[in-house]
Structures are given as structure tokens and as C-alpha cells.
Design a protein around this ligand. Structure first.
Ligand SMILES: NC(=O)c1ccc[n+]([C@@H]2O[C@H](COP(=O)([O-])OP(=O)(O)OC[C@H]3O[C@@H](n4cnc5c(N)ncnc54)[C@H](OP(=O)(O)O)[C@@H]3O)[C@@H](O)[C@H]2O)c1
Length: 335
């Protein structure tokens, strides 16, 4: 009897362990380690939201490979503490520089000020990684009058990119173009674009849904990036624009998503295997930002390393419309 119980428990544990290993395998299907680190050396990368999660991991990997990182963070103290932590971890003589600039995507004035200062003080920008985001945050309206998700995740990055574009173009060449990467999410599929999507006052406390706000902002950013790639072709700039989704990654992004302790305990073994590490997530972003294989892929969307066609319902016409509406929303800051 005792032996039977032991055998049953043993089989259950083995079954669960096999299921978890299979989940891990499925989760990393199509995923590979970024291994072209020589391509990062000596280049200058600008990363928004670099003090946490994927941005912090990108900063670490790029600097260790000899690249120079300028972290754009809204909280100077958090940024400084990450620099100290990363410098203490890696004392290699070949390590690139890590510097910090304060920039809050929720303020167009802050973005304008940072862009101006960067244009004047930094010799080159080889790659801009638009990484920062908020997800399922409480309702807020920024000082520019927009809902918080759409400004942080989309409009702020669009403004920063537009202001820096000539500088980024000047750092690239046809053989080795500069890069702009928009960190995306597969949740774009749940997003929608309305005629008043980027109109201040269109989202109110009454019609606000934090999940919808995140998906809408990620869709807007993805479609904007696709049209920006066309605009860059037209201007003849040596820049490649891509979007890349890191998969589900264990970071601070879910800070506003509250789970009871019971659900946390129940889900933690699955999360440990099903959710990617920041390093695994960062690999896909580096692939889009620096790989030789992504040089000719202006306007592409990467998911698990492979270029993925975006849903056909989000067509080129919609990309053009998003681009136009975005430029109207940020227009004042471009005058
Ligand atoms: N984690 C995932 O499962 C997952 C899945 C798909 C896509 N992504 C995408 O991956 C990217 C990185 O997210 P993460 O997972 O690494 O999340 P994270 O750990 O929460 O990092 C987000 C970063 O954005 C910064 N940020 C937020 N609001 C800002 C603002 N107004 N101005 C400047 N910076 C601001 C945060 O700064 P503070 O620390 O000061 O708040 C933080 O540094 C995001 O674009 C996200 O949409 C993540």
C-alpha cells in the first residue's frame, strides 16, 4: 500500500516535471541566443527605460560587449543605482561606457530637452531602442493632455525618434545603417485604432480600460514604425527601423497587475518555466538592433527571432493613418 502511494506520487511528480520541461521548450521555440557581440563594439546605443527589466539587461550586454550605452530614464536615482550595479558586476577593461540622461516620456518638454542636449553633446547615435513602457497602469492624463499609456508607449517615443532622426542618420552608412527599434508586444493584436485615438481628451476615467490602453498603444507603435520605415526610404536615410517583441518576460512590467498570494504560489512553477528571463527577451531585441541578418529588413516585426507578418487586418492604409495622426499629435513639439 505504502509503495503504491510512493509510486503514484513519483509518477505525478515526473509527469509534472515533464510537462514543465515541454512548456519551457515550447516557450523558447524559435528563440536563439544573440551571438554577434562583435557588432556592438564601439557603437552608441540610446535605450529608453534602461533601468529595469529588458532595458537593464540590454544595457549590461551591450556595455560588456564594448558598446556605449546612454540610458534614458525618468528616475535619475534608479538609473544611477543600475550603473553602479552593472559596473560592479563587470570590471572588464574592454567594457563600454554607460551614462545616464533624465527623460520622462510623459512630458514632451522633457523629451525635447533631452533630444536637444543629446544632439549637441553626443558624437553619434548608432541605435535608438524605444523600450520603455507602462502596462495596466491606473488612469492618468499627462501634462500634454494625453492618456498615460499612449503617451509613454507610443507618442513620446515617436517624438524622440523624430527629433533624433537626422543625428541617427548621420551615424549610419549604406553598408552599416543605423537602427531604430521599437520594443513591441504580441498584445498589439488586441489593439484598435480610432479616429480620435491620439486626441487629447478622447480617453476619460469613464471609458478607460488599462488592458485596452496597453494593447492600443502597442498597436499604434507597431504601425507607426512600419510607416516610418517607408518615410526613411523616401528620405534616403541609412537607417533600418524594426519592431521586436521579446515574448513574455519576467520583469517589473506587471507591477500594476495584482495577484493574490495564493495565485502567485500556484502559478510560480509555471511562470519559472513559461516566462522568459530578461536576458532571453533582450536577445531578440539585439537581433533586431544589431544583427547582420536584419540589415535589409526595414519595417519588419520580429518575434522569436523570425520575421513575422503582422495581422492582415492592420494594413498599410492604417499604418499611414497612424503615422499621420501621430505627427499631428506631436506637431507642436516639432515647430
Ligand atoms: N515583460 C514582458 O513580458 C513583455 C512582453 C512584451 C513586450 N514587453 C515590452 O518590453 C519593454 C520593456 O519592458 P519591461 O518588461 O522590461 O518592463 P519594466 O521592467 O517595467 O521596464 C519598463 C521601463 O520603462 C520605464 N518607464 C516607464 N514609464 C516611463 C516614462 N514615463 N518615462 C521614461 N521611462 C519610463 C520604467 O521606468 P521606472 O522604473 O522609473 O518605472 C522602466 O525602466 C516594454 O516596451 C514592454 O512593452 C515586455
Amino acid at each position: 500500500m505504502g509503495n503504491d502511494i510512493l509510486i503514484t506520487v513519483g509518477k505525478s511528480v515526473a509527469g509534472l516535471a515533464s510537462a514543465l520541461v515541454i512548456l519551457r521548450f515550447i516557450n523558447l521555440k524559435g528563440w536563439r541566443h544573440f551571438n554577434e557581440y562583435n557588432r556592438l563594439k564601439g557603437k552608441t546605443f540610446l535605450i529608453t527605460g534602461a533601468n529595469s527589466g529588458i532595458g537593464k539587461q540590454l544595457t549590461h550586454q551591450i556595455a560588456v560587449a564594448g558598446g556605449n550605452v546612454i540610458m534614458l530614464c525618468r528616475d535619475g536615482a534608479k538609473g544611477k543605482s543600475v550603473i553602479n550595479e552593472l559596473k560592479a558586476q563587470s570590471k572588464s577593461a574592454t567594457m563600454g561606457s554607460i551614462t545616464l540622461r533624465r527623460m520622462d516620456l510623459n512630458s514632451f518638454a522633457s523629451i525635447e530637452e533631452s533630444a536637444k542636449e543629446l544632439i549637441e553633446s553626443v558624437p553619434r547615435i548608432d541605435c535608438l531602442i524605444n523600450n520603455a513602457a507602462v502596462m495596466m497602469a491606473p488612469f492618468s492624463i499627462t501634462e500634454d493632455g494625453f492618456e498615460g499609456h499612449i503617451q509613454t508607449n507610443h507618442l513620446g517615443h515617436a517624438l524622440l525618434t523624430t527629433l533624433l532622426l537626422p543625428k541617427i542618420a548621420a551615424s549610419g552608412s549604406p553598408a552599416d545603417p543605423s537602427r531604430v527599434v521599437f520594443v513591441s508586444s504580441i498584445l498589439y493584436r488586441r489593439g484598435t485604432i480610432r479616429d480620435d485615438s491620439f486626441k487629447s481628451g478622447s480617453v476619460t476615467l469613464e471609458n478607460f480600460d488599462s488592458k485596452v490602453a496597453y494593447s492600443d498603444s502597442k498597436l499604434a507603435s507597431l504601425l507607426y514604425a512600419r510607416q516610418l520605415a517607408h518615410e526613411i526610404d523616401r528620405l534616403g536615410y541609412p537607417i533600418v527601423v524594426n519592431s521586436a517583441s521579446p515574448g513574455m518576460v519576467y520583469t517589473n512590467l506587471g507591477r500594476h497587475f495584482k495577484l493574490s498570494w495564493f495565485k502567485k504560489v500556484l502559478l510560480s512553477p509555471f511562470a519559472a518555466l513559461f516566462v522568459r528571463t530578461p536576458s532571453e527577451g533582450a536577445s531578440i531585441i539585439l537581433h533586431a538592433a544589431a544583427s547582420e541578418k536584419t540589415i535589409d529588413s526595414n519595417g519588419a516585426f520580429y518575434h522569436s527571432y523570425d520575421e513575422k507578418p503582422i495581422e492582415s487586418k492592420f494594413d498599410d492604409q492604417l499604418s499611414k493613418k497612424v503615422y499621420q495622426m501621430t505627427m499631428e499629435a506631436i506637431n507642436k513639439s516639432l515647430e
